[in-house]
Unconditional design. Structure first.
Length: 515
């Protein structure tokens, strides 16, 4: 049953949710695909006249390609070949320094070789490299704040020992370990989401992303053209600490008569999150506070209560003027906006004249487990390895402990071996079998001697997370074939996934890019 459901979901994704990175709904590609979220139709669904090329265009394309080939000459190496030759020459010089140089020259050459071998073997798509660099830059930028948080929980973590080499090889190890088979095993006994839920989440994502609009006019236009058209009644596009930007809207098509009483008045509230992952990390590292018998993230709690206190009286007045006894309030948000919407939803849900539903995309961990589990009117959607729902003071500290304990030297030795094989093919005279064996024999102990002090041993036990993502949780993940979606427990995201896609939720334009 689980396999057939997942297959059905994948077929649906490929059939109806093709998500270019530039469109506004890549999510369900997240969502189904969930949180990448802008949707569009597949080529198979387009009428024949929409096919992007006609025969004339195809012929012209081929003619241009042939002309380019005719213009090329093979007398001199192209730029890429020249760069490759220069890189190999530089690496070869480094290896020779290890064999013949003095102690100081050896140490300098060794550090350069490790970095060059790492970069050469790890070089991949631009998107991957940028993501790695961005994440490591965040660690460096916020090292003082992260150090303060880590010291509060465990103390004694020397963050100066963290290097790009450590992070990149740790990322590679995690990518290897958390492969599609591992993901399938983790979701084996989880219920899959159905296609109706996918469509619903697509509509909700559209509303959540409107909160990032720069002007009130943009929000009005977006609501008018939404899958569920609505009229804007309030908007604030400027955020302040603890006061998130948001809008309030009334859907146009509402029932006016009920069986015995008038139906509830439907109202939508969209809440903006932070516009960068850097801001989000700053906010996420705030302490938790006591809340309704449990705990809530302090910064998010403040934003949610602000929304509740600002609009409660106004919404109740609108309800009376409309001749309704209740308000059916849907709150939507992304990132920290999803967290604030969740807290506001909990507050409104305590009132007898409100029926509340919250849908959050990429919501951070913001509630203690008991509060998170019983808030069943909240739906949280997490996209694959998105870091924000996994980030808390505890999980960030645990990640740092993992990094300083990680022995990356075997990975570096493997890459150097690969480079040596390539150099042998590049110059078999200079890099003979004897020379390669001598280099290996020299470099292996040198790497351990030179870099071993950067690796800690058995630093400390890990910290148990205290706050979790709220409500019913949907995880959209890559299963090796396409996208799959399952309901998972609230504590499913109790550690940060260090992968090449962990920073996909870094902007409002591409909250969770899905390809």
């Amino acid at each position: 049953m689980f396999r057939s459901s997942a297959t059905k979901l994948r077929r649906s994704v490929s059939r109806r949710i093709f998500v270019p990175a530039t469109t506004t709904r890549a999510l369900l590609a997240t969502v189904v695909a969930a949180t990448s979220f802008h949707t569009s139709r597949t080529l198979l669904e387009r009428p024949p006249t929409d096919f992007p090329f006609d025969i004339a265009n195809i012929k012209e394309t081929f003619q241009k390609a042939v002309a380019l080939d005719d213009d090329k000459t093979t007398d001199a190496p192209d730029k890429r070949e020249q760069e490759t030759i220069m890189a190999f020459q530089q690496i070869a010089t480094g290896f020779m320094s290890l064999i013949s140089g003095n102690e100081e020259a050896k140490n300098e050459a060794l550090a350069d070789l490790v970095a060059q071998a790492r970069d050469k073997m790890q070089k991949g798509e631009l998107h991957d490299n940028l993501t790695i660099e961005e994440v490591f830059e965040l660690v460096k930028t916020y090292v003082a704040l992260i150090q303060q948080v880590a010291d509060k929980y465990v103390g004694g973590i020397d963050l100066s020992k963290l290097t790009p080499t450590t992070f990149i090889y740790y990322l590679e190890r995690e990518d290897e370990r958390k492969n599609p088979s591992w993901k399938a095993r983790m979701h084996r006994f989880c219920s899959t989401i159905d296609l109706d839920k996918v469509d619903e989440l697509n509509r909700d994502l559209e509303l959540a992303l409107l909160a990032y609009a720069d002007t009130v006019t943009d929000i009005e236009k977006g609501l008018s053209g939404a899958a569920v058209p609505a009229d804007l009644v309030y908007a604030n596009v400027d955020s302040a600490p603890g006061e998130p930007a948001h809008y309030v809207a009334i859907p146009r098509h509402q029932e006016t008569k009920g069986f015995l009483t008038a139906p509830p008045l439907e109202v939508i509230m969209g809440v903006r999150g932070t516009k960068s992952i850097a801001d989000a990390i700053t906010d996420i590292l705030c302490d938790s506070e006591r809340y309704r018998g449990g705990k809530a993230h302090g910064y998010i709690l403040k934003g949610g209560k602000f929304l509740f206190e600002k609009h409660r009286a106004t919404l109740e007045e609108i309800c009376r003027k409309a001749g309704r006894s209740k308000i059916k309030l849907k709150l939507v948000g992304h990132s920290l906006g999803a967290g604030a919407a969740s807290i506001a939803g909990i507050e409104f849900n305590e009132l007898s004249n409100f029926e509340v539903e919250v849908v959050g995309f990429g919501c951070p961990a913001c509630l203690s487990k008991d509060l998170a589990e019983k808030s069943t009117f909240i739906t949280t959607v997490v996209n694959d390895s998105d870091a924000i729902p996994r980030c808390s003071a505890a999980t960030i500290t645990n990640l740092l402990l993992n990094l300083v304990e990680f022995d990356w030297i075997p990975y570096s030795q493997r890459d150097i071996d690969s480079i040596l094989k390539a150099l042998k093919g590049f110059n078999s005279v200079l890099f003979s079998d004897d020379a390669v064996r001598k280099i290996r024999k020299t470099i292996t102990p040198l790497i351990r001697e030179h870099f071993g002090h950067l690796i800690e041993r058995d630093v400390t036990n890990r910290i148990r997370p205290q706050i979790f993502v709220p409500g019913k949780v949907i995880h959209i993940y890559r299963d090796g074939v396409g996208m799959a979606g399952c309901y998972v427990p609230n504590d499913f995201f109790s550690e940060i996934d260090v992968t090449r896609r962990m920073a996909e939720g870094r902007s409002c334009q591409q909250p969770h890019i899905m390809e």
